[in-house]
Ligand binder design. Structure first.
Ligand SMILES: Cc1cc2nc3c(=O)[nH]c(=O)nc-3n(C[C@H](O)[C@H](O)[C@H](O)COP(=O)(O)O)c2cc1C
Length: 370
């Protein structure tokens, strides 16, 4: 239905407009009586065998929505009825910012790919936190955080810290994004020393917030510690898992350094990968690709490289690093390959645009062996 009727219409529209149009339609349709139940039946797979615990969080299934599609946390409840096990919001920055000039999102249908140079357009972390406080579903939410374009790299830590503080009580895990190609200089933060400093700083803040939130809970709870013991980890506002999102363009030496940084900072894992700056082996004619210009490439051309990165990190770390795999998942087989390569969870973005929401259920079915 999506691929035959909806996608051809959406693909007639400008890609960014199609994105907002689809969001509004979905919001509107799901307000109609009975629609949430119908969508739930169509797209959700409820089966205890799909559940998994990663970084101390129980996920109802392994398929998540990747960062960038719901940057401002406006659609979290809607994505919950499309069968996702978790949703990653962001990248959010402390201050709202408009992002780069339009056009900044391009389709490459011959390659089942997208090129984007959005540039962290978002309404700011405070607005997203407020929305998350009012959400109705209890879907697992990851908070992907970054820095404002106007913030110099030497002050980037302040931006990440502000976002972390603002989102601490409304997300289940964090992703530190230092790998978007569309914020000038951002990827320099992937270098070993600045990255280690940044992650250790967030880990310290994480520890302080954990103690603080537990004290507040104990003080305010009538039954004190005993009752708290039986409260869920999530409700207690305990330490939040932190993941690092990396680029697929890193060399093996750089990946080795990332493993060292993850081990030395004690963060929980890696999201591999973001979009690539490479334009290798595309079917789309060169002149069309060149005319699009700068930006991150996502979708099918990324499938192999992101799986390669996942496999490398998994093998080199002796399976000790938790990995969320993302990049070019367009089929159940693609998802399975990433899980087999060492990912504990996977995320979709471009595959969701090209294949539609049925992809989530297809993957879950395959994981159930159906
Ligand atoms: C239009 C667009 C915007 C994106 N914005 C973000 C973002 O804000 N933060 C982020 O970490 N990744 C962002 N991404 C990257 C995706 O989360 C994902 O890592 C990447 O697209 C590879 O997965 P895919 O091939 O399934 O799309 C964006 C991707 C696209 C296509």
């Amino acid at each position: 239905m999506y691929k035959i009727f909806i996608k051809p219409l959406l693909f007639l529209m400008n890609p960014e407009r199609a994105h907002y149009f689809t969001f509004s339609c979905l919001k509107w349709v799901l307000k109609l009586p009975g629609m949430k139940g119908l969508f739930g039946n169509l797209f959700c797979s409820k089966d205890a065998r799909l559940e998994t615990v990663v970084a101390g969080i129980r996920f109802p299934n392994r398929i998540g929505l990747a960062a960038g599609l719901d940057k401002d946390a406006k659609m979290v409840d809607e994505f919950a009825v499309l069968g996702f096990g978790f949703v990653e919001i962001g990248t959010l920055t402390p201050l709202p910012q408009p992002g780069n000039d339009r056009p900044r999102l391009f389709r490459l249908p011959e390659d089942a790919a997208l090129i984007n140079r959005m540039g962290f357009n978002n309404e700011g972390v405070k607005a997203a936190a407020e929305r998350l406080r009012c959400r109705k579903s209890d879907i697992i939410v990851g908070g992907n955080i970054g820095k404002n374009k106007i913030t110099a790299n030497e002050n980037a830590g302040d931006d990440y810290e502000k976002c972390f503080l603002e989102l601490y009580n409304v997300v289940d895990y964090f992703v530190v994004n230092v790998s978007s190609p569309n914020t000038p200089g951002l990827r320099e933060l992937q270098e070993k020393e600045p990255l280690k400093r940044l992650l250790i700083r967030l880990q310290k803040l994480n520890a302080v917030l954990e103690v603080k939130s537990q004290k507040t809970e104990v003080k305010s709870h009538p039954d004190g510690y005993r009752e708290l013991e039986v409260k869920s980890k999530k409700a207690m506002g305990s330490r939040k898992p932190i993941f690092l999102k990396i680029a697929p363009d890193l060399t093996n030496t750089q990946l080795d350094e990332i493993i060292e940084v993850v081990n030395e900072s004690g963060i929980d894992g890696i999201v591999a990968t973001n979009t690539t700056i490479s334009r290798d082996k595309l079917q789309t004619p060169n002149d069309k690709v060149n005319a699009i210009g700068a930006g991150g490439l996502s979708g099918k051309p990324l499938t192999h490289r992101s799986t390669e990165v996942i496999r490398y990190l998994h093998q080199k770390s002796g399976g000790k690093i938790t990995i969320i795999g993302v990049g070019g998942i367009h089929s159940a087989e693609d998802a399975k390959e990433k899980l087999d390569a060492g990912a504990s969870l996977v995320q979709l973005y471009t595959g969701f645009i090209y294949e539609g929401p049925a992809l989530v259920k297809k993957i879950n079915k395959k994981l159930l062996g159906n």
